[in-house]
Every structure is written in structure tokens, then in C-alpha cells.
Design a protein around this ligand. Structure first.
Ligand code: PXP
Length: 400
């Protein structure tokens, strides 16, 4: 039998349907004479395999074990290998993405099968694209147009994890508490980059409570990844940005009395004004982002400003007072990310994100980059900047 299904877990599964679809998949891939085993397990079992073979001590959705390489290669020439699927994780993710459970289980099985055939999305962006294209083609044939929602999910999906831009404002907060010259946010930025940060963020506030002009100028010289300047859309700041030329400007609202940025920029009703600022910055070649609440109305207004990026405000999600409110805010973020991507924006997110709340949002496929500051700087005091960045990156990378 070309498809062998082994069920080592307790939840009920559409096993006959899966077998039939997977046999069709082998035929579509022109390998009807090959064999593959699909093993359904729970989170505990897959964690054991993930730790033992890949050194990752947590559950995952699917792992493939090829029989075409390693010590047993060639023993059973028809057998491609084993695809291990955690039903616990699969059902959780299906719910999170709003996809029918059987479709998602089939998707994971096809994904695992493609790995057995040598596809590897972790090899790089192009390899990921080839694998995704193949996955889409197979799933479209197996499920047909009726499964548009599942197919759209695949179209939107990116295997590459989101990037992490580290905000070093609060290193400067510690310095300014004593008005001395240490700790230096410039040093912290170098260490954050060594820890794997994809960008460095600073917010030069009107009151200069933490980051100073000198910091931004030095960072412009030193940062090797990209420098993102958060700022209010004032004349003074626009002039400064045009002179220092960061890689990206993020426009944020600013109030003198606030402890930190409180909400997204209100674009609706002020589109022309915001567009003017965006145009002025873009004219000198700066990439412009707008920090915005996860609200489709604001997003639609932002689409008229010419901004390249929107950064979705995750503060309401992060500060939710209980699981119900958190679910609600998460759903708003998910929907906003989808709308923003459809409107053609590069989608970023940030504010209030922490080690304990990053994972669900890092799984939202449209979000390409996170901007995180306070949580990382706070942890860096205890474990060092490089380690604090690495730990956050590990959570982000593991989420997809
Ligand atoms: N994104 C924006 C637009 C911000 O204003 C801030 C705070 O400066 C952040 C992200 C980072 O927020 P946090 O320090 O809570 O991680």
C-alpha cells in the first residue's frame, strides 16, 4: 500500500479520507509507485522527537524523516520515509487560522511529503517559494475551488519567520536617569545586532527624555542592519530625518505627558496632512511607516497616504485584561494584518510585546517585522543584550 497511516493518539481523525487524498497526492506528484508512512501523534510525542532529532524542546506541527538518506537509505527503495504529525498542534493551528481541520491535517501531510521528496523551505527564500508553489498546486488539485479559504491561506503564507527590530530607547532612559554617558544605546545597538536583530529602532521624542540627537547621528554611522527612526510628524523632526537619513521613518503620535506612545496615528479625517508628510520624506528617498491601530478604517485611510509600511499597534492586545479580551484583540490584529497586506502594505507590528505574548502574533503570516523595546531591554539587564535578543528571536522563529 503506497500510503500507510498509523494513528498513535486519541482524537478522532478522518483517516480514510486522508489516506485517499494522500494516495491521490502521490499520483499527482508522479510517484504512485513510492510509499510513505503518515504517523499521527500528540504534542508530548512530537516534542520528544523534536528534541531528540532537532534539538528543539517544544512541540511542532510536522516532522519528516526521509528514508532516502541516513544509515537505512536504500533498505526499502520504494519507501520515501515517515511523516510525523502532531494532531494537538494541528488542531490548534487550524482553529487559529480558521481553516477546516481536515484540510489543515492534509496540508501538513502534503508539506511533510514534499520534505521527503527533498523540498526544504529553510534553505532560503527561493527554496521556500518553490516548496510553497508546489504545496499550493497539489492542494488546489486535491481540494478544488470549494476550498478557497484554505487555498487563500496558502497563498498568503510565508515560511520565513518575521524579523525583529530592537528598540533601544530604554537603554537611554537608564542613562538619562543620572544624566551621565552610560549605558550607551549605541553600544546596546551593536550587541543587539550581534544577537541577531534585523534592525535598530529609536524614538527621538520632542522632550528628548531618552534618545538624544547625538545617539541617532552615531547610530546612523554604526548600525549595520537598518536604522528606524520613530518620530512625530513635526517640522523639526522632518528636518532632522531628512538630514540624518535613517533607513526608515515611523510616524507616531506624541503627547508630552504620556509615559510611552499611547495609540496609533489617527489618519482617517487627516489623510491629506499625513500624505503631505509622507511625500516630503519619500521625496528624499526615505521609506515611511505609519504606526496605526489595527482598524480597517484607519488602514484604508493610510492606503491613501503613500506610506510603504504600516506598523500595527499591538498595545491593546498586550494590555488585554483577560483571555477573552486578548482573543478579541488578537482577532483584530489578524484581520488588520490581512487587510493591510491586501492593501499592498508591508506589515509590521509592535508595542507592549513580551516574551510571554509574542508567539500568537508571530504566527500571523502577514506580519513581516516586529518592533520590540522595553521587554528586551529589561531582560538584557539580567541576561545581557545578545542573549535577550536571541531569546526573542527564537520565539519569533518558532511561531511559524
Ligand atoms: N512601536 C512603536 C511605534 C513605539 O512607539 C514603541 C515604543 O517606543 C514600540 C514599538 C516598542 O514598544 P515596547 O517598548 O513596548 O516594546
Amino acid at each position: 500500500m503506497p500510503v500507510e497511516i498509523l494513528n498513535y493518539q486519541k482524537k478522532s481523525l478522518p483517516l480514510a479520507w486522508l489516506r485517499r487524498k494522500l494516495e491521490e497526492a502521490l499520483a499527482l506528484l508522479h510517484i504512485p509507485d513510492k510509499e510513505a508512512n503518515f504517523v499521527f501523534v500528540d504534542d508530548e510525542t512530537i516534542t520528544h522527537y523534536n528534541q531528540f532529532y532537532l534539538g528543539r524542546p517544544y512541540p511542532t506541527n510536522v516532522i519528516s524523516f526521509s528514508q532516502r538518506e541516513g544509515p537505512f537509505a536504500g533498505v526499502q527503495p520504494r519507501l520515501l520515509g515517515d511523516v510525523l504529525i502532531s494532531v494537538d498542534t494541528a488542531l490548534r493551528e487550524a482553529e487559529l487560522y480558521g481553516i477546516p481541520k481536515r484540510h489543515y491535517l492534509l496540508l501538513l501531510a502534503v508539506h511533510g511529503l514534499l520534505h521527503l521528496l527533498g523540498h526544504e523551505h529553510e534553505r532560503g527564500r527561493y527554496a521556500a517559494k518553490l516548496m510553497l508553489d508546489k504545496e499550493y498546486a497539489v492542494m488546489a488539485q486535491l481540494l478544488g475551488e470549494k476550498a478557497r479559504k484554505t487555498l487563500n491561506f496558502l497563498l498568503r503564507r510565508e515560511y520565513m519567520p518575521a524579523k525583529l527590530a530592537v528598540n533601544v530607547d530604554h537603554v537611554a532612559t537608564v542613562r538619562e536617569a543620572r544624566k551621565v554617558h552610560y549605558p550607551d544605546p549605541v553600544h546596546a545597538a551593536v550587541l543587539a545586532e550581534l544577537g541577531g536583530a534585523h534592525g535598530i529602532v529609536v524614538h527621538l521624542r520632542e522632550d528628548r527624555r531618552h534618545i538624544q540627537d547625538r545617539d541617532v547621528r552615531l547610530l546612523r554611522e554604526i548600525v549595520k542592519t537598518k536604522l528606524i527612526l520613530e518620530m512625530a510628524a513635526t517640522e523639526e523632526m522632518i528636518k532632522f530625518a531628512k538630514e540624518v537619513r535613517p533607513d526608515q521613518v515611523t510616524l507616531v503620535p506624541e503627547r508630552r505627558q504620556e509615559i510611552t506612545t499611547e495609540g496609533g496615528l489617527k489618519v482617517k479625517g487627516r489623510t491629506a496632512k499625513v500624505r503631505e508628510v509622507v511625500e516630503e520624506l519619500k521625496e528624499v528617498g526615505l521609506k515611511v511607516s505609519i504606526f496605526i491601530d489595527p482598524d480597517p478604517q484607519q488602514l484604508k485611510a493610510a492606503a491613501k497616504t503613500g506610506a510603504d509600511v504600516v506598523e500595527l499597534h499591538t498595545g491593546h492586545y498586550a494590555e488585554a485584561s483577560g483571555p477573552e479580551e486578548m482573543d478579541l484583540e488578537f482577532a483584530r490584529l489578524e484581520e488588520a494584518a490581512r487587510v493591510a497586506k491586501d492593501l499592498g502594505f508591508e506589515v509590521h507590528a509592535g508595542h507592549g510585546l513580551h516574551y510571554h505574548n509574542i508567539s500568537p502574533v508571530a504566527a500571523i503570516p502577514e506580519i513581516e517585522e516586529f518592533s520590540i523595546g522595553h521587554a528586551i531591554v529589561a531582560r538584557a539587564i539580567m541576561v545581557g543584550m545578545k542573549e535577550a535578543v536571541r531569546e526573542m528571536l527564537c520565539l519569533i522563529e518558532r511561531a511559524r
